[in-house]
Ligand binder design. Structure first.
Ligand code: GUN
Length: 281
């Protein structure tokens, strides 16, 4: 039987990059530049609360100034747009992050459109999305950029490889496809209407799953020796945190695999910190 996979350690890669970012903020501080991030959260979603806390913790770790705006579930769209406008003009703020999802009565597209592209550290604004298509990045989208950093850290070069992504979201699937394409991968994006999904995923040298379904990717969907990247953060039937990939069985077949937690997750926040520092320059 095949060897078990190398576990990609997102925490360790992330810690190393954060060390470098900390040095960079120290250098910027000497020049009188102090990177600042505003984090906006609307409502009481517990997952969003955890993400926002981790983002603030990450800022403190690398010396980024951060402000939190925790708004009630009843906040109107107009009030939120006004806040974004205020943050766009606030000089000590270089990056604005509005945590998604927003309550249903708020149009997230309108809110994202309001964020100044120069402060859009999520790279969600159409201007930055357009740049991603062209490969002329101001900000790299955080989760796909984190995946690319993990591949780089383990000397996995997508050039010429079959890269299959499960999921076509604006936040992960689509920008992930672009980054892998820019890295010269041969990219296929699968989604809920894909026929013969298993056949397609079995072609993958690099398989990225971003669909948000607990343990959806089973061993029979994975080619022997594939690199498996799990972007999902789900709860299993016992309420335990798990990814999109059935880790225990897939790791017996893959050459490299990311765990959940401790894989892609820490990298996403690290890339946000990197973007905030970039925005302050
Ligand atoms: N919700 C889930 N992922 C993200 C993210 O990367 N950025 C923001 N703003 N909200 C999210």
């Amino acid at each position: 039987m095949a060897n078990t996979a190398i576990i990609i350690d997102g925490k360790a890669v992330s810690a190393k990059i954060r060390e470098e970012l900390k040095k960079e903020t120290e250098q910027l501080n000497k020049k009188g530049i102090k990177p600042g991030l505003a984090v906006v959260i609307v409502g009481n979603d517990p997952a969003s609360r955890t993400y926002v806390n981790n983002k603030k913790k990450g800022c403190a770790e690398v010396g980024i100034y951060s402000e939190e705006y925790a708004l009630s579930e009843e906040t109107t769209q107009e009030e939120l747009l006004e806040l974004v406008d205020k943050l766009n003009k606030k000089e000590d703020i270089n990056g604005i992050l509005v945590q998604l999802p927003l309550p249903k009565h708020i149009d997230d597209k309108a809110v994202i459109a309001k964020i100044s592209p120069k402060k859009d550290v999520d790279a969600f604004h159409v201007e930055n999305v357009g740049r991603i298509m062209l490969g002329e990045y101001k900000f790299l989208p955080c989760t796909p950029a984190g995946v690319m950093e993990l591949l780089k850290a383990y000397d996995i070069d997508p050039a010429g490889k079959e890269c299959v992504i499960i999921g076509r979201s604006n936040i992960v699937g689509k920008p992930m496809a672009m980054l892998l394409l820019h890295a010269n991968g041969t990219v296929t994006v699968c989604h809920s209407k894909t026929k013969n999904l298993k056949e397609v995923t079995n072609r993958a040298d690099i398989l990225v799953s971003a669909i948000g379904k607990a343990k959806f990717v089973s061993a029979d969907m994975v080619k022997e020796g594939a690199v498996v990247i799990d972007v999902g953060i789900n709860r299993d039937e016992n309420g335990k945190l798990c990814g999109d990939v059935d880790f225990e069985t897939v790791k017996e077949k893959a050459s490299y695999i990311t765990p959940v937690p401790g894989g892609v997750g820490p990298m996403t926040i690290t890339m946000l910190l990197k973007n905030t520092i970039e925005a302050s320059k």
